[in-house]
Design a protein around this ligand. Sequence first.
Ligand code: NAP
Length: 276
Amino acid sequence: MIVLKGAEVSARIKAEVQQMLEGLGGRIPRLAIVRVGERPDDLSYERGAMKKMEAFGLEAKSYGFPETISDARFKEEFRKINEDPEVTGILLLKPLPKHICEKDIENMIDPKKDLDGISPANIAKVFAGDPSGFAPCTAEAVVEVLKANEIPIAGKRAVIVGRSMVVGKPLAMLLIKENATVTICHTKTVDLPGTCRNGEILVAAAGRAKMLNEEYVSPGAVVIDVGINVDNDGKLCGDVDFGSIETQAAMATPVPGGVGTVTTAVLARHLVQAAG
Ligand code: NAP
């Protein structure tokens, strides 16, 4: 089984970003990372995104707010960031605490600064196959991994486990745009292993540690693991039981070191696009 490392894909995107930066005449785009509370996974994603922006020669600033901030106050603070001409693009770490209306923020965010495709305008573009908006970075990262490794998508059966608005659904649209035949699975899917085995490309985005084993993978399949979980020993792991699929799959992305690093590279590319 070939291990599809995210670092190689990220390096290609970095070269692309540097070329795009040259066209900005010395202007350095700035990312605003907006976080409410201090959830460990948010902090870890924030650290990764800050490091990546720096490595790509871009600026990033973190805007952290206490978990107790009121809905009205947060909206006021968010409005300021959204309207700040110094802010080129925004990454909102989600989910927000329950007392803050996430929908309102999704409606407020300027689609031109909405680097992770959460606004209705950008979502509509993804579903319409219109590339002029921003798709959610993780969904785009999956397509990027396939393309960078010259894995054919057109005409292939792609099976996605997960139907969230950040990964499963937008990814289905991006893969359809690439002419794949797409099946989306979820918790009510009957015979999940059998349905997954039908996939020539299998994408795991369920958020269940090591759930997909050899029973779910057909011989020669390409397996892309989007999951970021912690296993029983407290170690970072994906949705795929990596060891058990080694003799079945042709190729697979590891966790860590797979899709995650490509996601932040795509975020960087979106940031430079937003500045253009
Ligand atoms: P989510 O909103 O919790 O959605 C999970 C989806 O998986 C749901 O549609 C759910 O089905 C389905 N699912 C859960 N358990 C299942 C099961 N046992 N059988 C079949 N389907 C099942 O999660 P998300 O935000 O999409 O994230 C998914 C994973 O990707 C998480 O591990 C997350 O940490 C990771 N992630 C990674 C990146 C990255 O950059 N690599 C970025 C974002 C997220 P129902 O709809 O029926 O509930």
